[in-house]
Design a protein around this ligand. Structure first.
Ligand code: PBG
Length: 329
């Protein structure tokens, strides 16, 4: 049906704030937000992340105070990311499976302090390898099956420490199924898996790699395992495989340049589809706002509702506490 002027005036429903609220097709709530948090070794320190104005790394003695406002605002979950000291990194990412690594200590501490806050654990070796790749290297190639074997141990290590949602971001083939089987074999049947199913080899991860200190280390690029930005059908195959292997939720990453992928994945599979508004996207909004070029509050809220409109169940965003505050009014 084609609306015809003048009996149809599209602007009528835009006349007042209350009408606009009534006809809104999608909404953003605090329940849609996951907040990525960076932790580091040391004492009593909060350091800013270059290229992410407003984002910090915190030592564990400051972690509860850092997270408390987000928990109080009702943010359902946070995602933990460790900045591993250089001396603990090696070619095999050994520190990833240490039960007392930064991530596990952070998880135990947060579970005690905030039992109702969900904890998402990123599974990939890049915070722990001296070459900055997400897996181990054999013959100049990030070896799939050997990497998966280590990622399984990393996932178990995190789940035992209290991580509720294992989020493999490594893009190795078969890792979701291997992790699911290992979790179940240990009776960890409630540990969820949110797979970074469609994760692209993106320039927008730059500030994040700086935040966890993997950028300087990274040799080459991640194009032999992360997806080509030119592809969309391939994302559906990735999602189908991860679901078949037991993923409970899937993720598309980055966010704003990939809204078409969010829409296709959600429409095709009808599963909880998350999207990661990554560090470079945060940097673009925060950086432009800092220069007075755009309105920070309005731009961040617009970016978040766009994810919901595209079909996302929720968003991993560095803006989470800020958005929750704005939603509270
Ligand atoms: C680790 C990982 C990355 C991000 C999340 N998990 C970086 C990468 O794959 O190089 C990026 C997040 C962001 O940019 O905010 N594999």
């Amino acid at each position: 049906m084609t609306p015809s002027f003048p009996n149809t005036r599209m602007r009528r429903n835009r006349t007042d704030a209350w009408t606009r609220r009534l006809v809104a097709e999608t909404s953003l709530t605090t329940g849609d937000l996951i907040w990525p948090v960076f932790v580091m070794e040391g004492r009593d320190t909060v350091t800013p992340v270059a290229a992410m104005p407003g984002v910090v790394r915190v030592t564990l003695d400051r972690l509860a105070a850092h997270v408390e406002p987000a928990a109080a605002l009702g943010i359902p979950a946070i995602a933990l990311f460790p900045a591993t000291p250089r001396e603990l990194k090696d070619a095999e990412g050994t520190e990833a499976t240490n039960p007392d690594n930064l991530m596990c200590r952070a998880a135990r501490l947060l579970k005690r302090a905030f039992p109702d806050l969900g904890l998402v654990g990123d599974v990939a070796l890049d915070p722990y390898t001296d070459h900055g790749h997400d897996g181990v290297i054999r013959d100049d190639y990030v070896a799939n099956d050997e990497s998966v074997a280590i990622l399984v141990r990393q996932a178990l290590n995190q789940a035992r420490a209290g991580i509720d949602v294992i989020a493999p971001s490594d893009m190795m083939d078969g890792r979701v199924g291997a992790i699911r089987a290992a979790l179940d074999a240990e009776g960890l049947i409630h540990t969820r898996i949110m797979s970074y199913a469609a994760k692209y080899a993106s320039a927008f991860y730059g500030p994040f790699r700086d935040a966890i200190g993997s950028q300087a280390a990274l040799r080459g690029d991640k194009k032999t395992y992360q997806m080509d930005p030119a592809n969309s059908d391939e994302a559906l195959r990735e999602v189908a495989m991860d679901l078949a292997e037991g993923a409970d939720m899937v993720m598309v990453k980055p966010g704003m340049p990939y809204l078409d992928i969010v829409r296709r994945v959600h429409d095709r599979f009808g599963v909880p589809t998350f999207v990661y508004q990554v560090s470079g996207e945060y940097a673009m909004i925060a950086g432009a706002a800092e220069r007075g070029w755009i309105d920070r509050d309005r731009a961040l809220m617009e970016s978040l509702i766009a994810f919901k409109r595209a079909g996302a169940a929720g968003v991993l965003t560095y803006f989470a506490p800020e958005a929750a505050r704005l939603l509270r009014g």
